[in-house]
Ligand binder design. Sequence first.
Ligand SMILES: [Fe+2]
Length: 324
Amino acid sequence: MASIFSYSNPPIQLDNVIEDLDAVVGLLERNAPYTPLGGWFRPDHDGQDATSPMWFQKTWMGAEVDVEGSELFVGHERVQEAVRQFYGAEVVVPHTLFVNLMAAIPECGPVHTDNPLFRGRDRMNTPMLLLRTMFWSRLFDEWATKQATSIWWMNDVEGGGIAYWPEGPEKPPQRHVGAMANTSLVGDNHGMFHQVEPVGPFLDEPLLVSTAAELAPASDGSGDWVVMDRGVEAYRAPLDKIRVSVLWKSHVFSTEEERRRVENDTLSFDDVARIFNEDLAKHGKDFRFDISRVDDPDFIAELRNIYPEPVPIGTRTSVFDVYS
Ligand SMILES: [Fe+2]
């Protein structure tokens, strides 16, 4: 069921984004420790085995979190201006900030678009794979809340580039790689595929940790950061050898009037079922959307077969495919 698809513009690169880098180090230190990435694409990984790459994450601003000092990123004027320019929009409402710390990951992250958000349907009330299927069906675009993303990199490390697909999944990716310290890419990571590249140092043996591992500054005054995993020191490096990136997200509205106008136009599960079923009938499919089965993986898999998510050209193997 191909539909006409318009892809995002290339992201806007900003340089010398953060003036006070010491303030960022302070934020990092105050909010330690950091724990391995979970997430919707590794639902089965909550065990104690050492199966996680050293990819640590923490939310600094979100629905129930707002750490002291995060305003440095959240209210960043040039980032917000870049978003207004990118979307030709007036209203930018930052809502999420999180930090990634990575080291010694010899494979890429998963290629993906960021999880979609619809008015009335989000990850709090709707399974993530259903939200993604809704997105790729393109049937719910008028309820999608436009999202802007800024990714900021603190330092340069071995590897650590990012590939992105501004011309869509059928064209080869572009890359931001090399001199990335204190740059940001601002754009639409919900519409544009992207993939984090391997992060050094590249060790002879892959170093994996359990989900109980924690990354924090060493308490011995060395200035190093240390990964402790089940009571054992698994890794140690100075902060400038650990890849630090900060992800910022905002809602975007053309105007304040538009924001208010659409606010109460929300999608119920009944709406979702009706819209899918009209489209399925139109295309002669026997399959029907069944609200009682939204938590059934077989049902969602069948729906995803009908409305598939593309795999972009030039996709590289993900660290989670390698070790899962
Ligand atoms: Fe992403």
